[in-house]
Design a protein around this ligand. Structure first.
Ligand SMILES: [Zn+2]
Length: 582
């Protein structure tokens, strides 16, 4: 959907990037830029920069970048229109909506409101007479009053229409109850009835604080134990995590991933406000990505049974791919965190948490369990695999520690294992070196964009185009002198488009910054453009500017000549053929 440019210009001006980013990242000034720890990848020294004058941010580590709207999209996990609305709200601005979008957005808003009212209804029922059994169950599970309020727990009465009656009285349509997954339609009679009956209700809240669905748990042994809302326009199980709305604000520096709502809630009650649970499905890539937005470390606390261990094995590579450090918590004497906390208390759990296994130990253990170590052949195979695995550790001390552990398990001396590991490490270095050399053979590769799908075919020209962009972004009035240079002359279409867009902004008296153009470029394109803008120290230097312009025009001329030549050659070939035919 398109918002009017004048509205976007005002939106960007009224949400200064340094102010907005400061609400998420601690920034300190270095020259004309502000620097801080990147919220999008884990790091110890700040490579995340914000340029208030240019209205952009850019990370020199992970190359994420963009304007203020991109920043909100990235950090709040919103799409473009919603990020615009988010910022409009922040600045107290009215959003001009176009009709088509308005209706879907309004529809979502209605369903969010409906779920909120439903949660209030369930929460109210919990205090009434009909909620006695649910209250007793909550007491038996040891949940405090504060926890019940904090998570908005509720009770769905044992009735076919209690919720439907209450919500239609509030003005919601029956269709909306169906759309929100709160009601079902009977196929024979065509009537609708409540989906959740006689269940303890857990509202599921997204990172923006909207209630998007529910989990309902039985209070006896009937099945299914948990009933979840179905997928709806507001509820996507793959993209959300239970309690993420609270855990995202935690200061504990990690997120604990549990298997069930009850485990997550118990952890919160014991002071671990960083616990989340997946929504009745295996961990997805989207969830791993969501986690990586808020933390650098995830602790897995799945059940010790086979299903739980399989889930752990599946989750590790997925979380690692999202750039997360993964640890696995092993609980002795309890099957899940809820039971452990009740038996041993929060302090013991904290000890467990701090000592939770690194993924290397976990991997080594699962490698061990795959071999019969009393068999010589298998033992040799295990040691080779283990050496390969351990050689991936950068620290020699760590290599020694884990090497010794593997040696002990296989019944060989630590010295012999050390030798194996050192051989594997050297092999690894040799492979790395070869890859480096390959890279160095093509020095131009270093200048190539880091963003997928963008290539510089003519490097000389591309560098000149970057130079022009850098300068006009610094001093927009230069655009007035560059009338004869158009984006069509650029060898890199993306840079040309950005240049033209800035010219248009200048001509129309709009805001001349990348931040004002976010809607016109994809996230990847924006990342590349902000990277260009933040590269080097692009002081305004008119001599250099004219050199750049000359280069672009020269190369453009050459390119045109080449095209003409091709055309002529083609024409000649055609003529020749005609001559032969005729
Ligand atoms: Zn970064």
């Amino acid at each position: 959907m398109a918002f009017p440019q004048s509205f976007l210009d005002e939106l960007v001006s009224r949400n200064p990037i340094d102010e907005v980013v400061s609400q998420y990242v601690q920034l300190s000034r270095k020259g004309s830029n502000l620097f801080g720890l990147c919220p999008f990848h884990s790091e110890k020294t700040g490579s995340f920069s914000v340029a208030p004058e240019k209205g952009i941010y850019y990370c020199f580590g992970c190359h994420k970048g963009g304007g203020v709207v991109n920043f909100i999209m990235e950090i709040e996990g919103l799409d473009y229109p919603d990020a615009v609305r988010f910022l409009a709200k922040r600045a107290g601005m009215e959003v001009p909506e176009d009709a088509g979008y308005q209706s879907t957005y309004r529809r979502q808003e209605r369903l969010w409101a409906l779920c909120k009212d439903a949660a209030r209804f369930f929460h109210g029922k919990l205090q009434e007479d009909c909620g006695a059994e649910a209250r007793a169950y909550i007491g038996k599970r040891g949940l405090s009053k504060g926890t019940v309020t904090r998570f908005g727990l509720g009770f769905a009465p044992d009735s076919w229409s209690a919720l439907i009656d209450a919500m239609t009285k509030k003005g919601y349509e029956k269709q909306e109850l169906l759309d929100a997954g709160l009601a079902l339609k009977s196929r024979e009679k065509g009537t609708i009835y409540d989906r959740f009956r006689n269940r303890l209700m857990f509202p599921i809240i997204d990172v923006r604080g909207n209630i998007i669905g529910f989990g309902g748990r039985v209070m006896d042994d009937s099945t299914p134990k948990y009933l979840n809302s179905p997928e709806t326009v507001i509820f996507n199980k793959r993209k959300n995590l239970f309690a993420m709305n609270i855990a995202k604000k935690s200061k504990q520096g990690r997120i604990i991933l549990t298997e069930g709502y009850m485990d997550a809630i118990a952890l919160h009650q014991y002071g671990f406000d960083c616990a989340v649970a997946s929504l009745g499905t295996a961990l997805t890539e989207e969830q791993a990505h969501l986690l990586s937005k808020y933390t650098g470390q995830v602790v897995l606390t799945y059940d010790g049974d086979e299903a739980g261990q399989n889930a752990t094995r599946r989750a590790i590579p997925m979380l690692e791919k999202a750039g997360l450090q993964v640890r696995v918590l092993r609980m002795q004497g309890a099957k899940d965190p809820d039971e452990f906390l009740k038996k041993y208390g929060a302090d013991r759990f904290k000890v467990l948490l701090d000592g939770s296994q690194g993924q290397m130990e976990y991997r080594l253990q699962s490698l061990m369990s795959r071999y019969h170590l009393e068999n010589d052949d298998e033992r040799v195979e295990f040691l080779q695999e283990a050496a390969k695995l351990i050689s991936s550790l950068q620290s020699p001390v760590e290599r020694e520690v884990y090497g010794a552990r593997a040696a002990e398990a296989a019944g060989i001396t630590a010295e012999a294992m050390k030798l194996e590991v050192s051989k594997a490490f050297k092999r690894r270095l040799a492979v790395q070196k070869k890859q480096e050399e390959k890279k160095n053979l093509a020095p131009a590769a270093a200048q190539q964009p880091k963003v997928r799908g963008i290539r510089y075919d003519n490097l000389r020209c591309a560098m000149a185009e970057e130079g022009v962009l850098q300068m006009v972004l610094r001093e927009e009035s230069l655009l007035d002198e560059l009338r004869e240079l158009t984006g069509g002359m650029f060898s890199v279409p993306l840079l040309g488009r950005a240049y033209d867009a800035l010219r248009r902004q200048r001509e129309q008296g709009g805001l001349c910054s990348l931040a004002a153009l976010e809607g016109q470029f994809t996230k990847e394109e924006m990342e590349h453009l902000t990277g260009v803008a933040q590269k080097g120290n692009s002081r305004v230097n008119e001599d250099a500017l004219w050199d750049y312009v000359r280069t672009i025009r020269e190369e453009y001329g050459k390119e045109k000549a080449r095209q003409n030549q091709n055309l002529m050659a083609m024409r000649d070939r055609l003529r020749e053929r005609k001559g032969l035919d005729g």
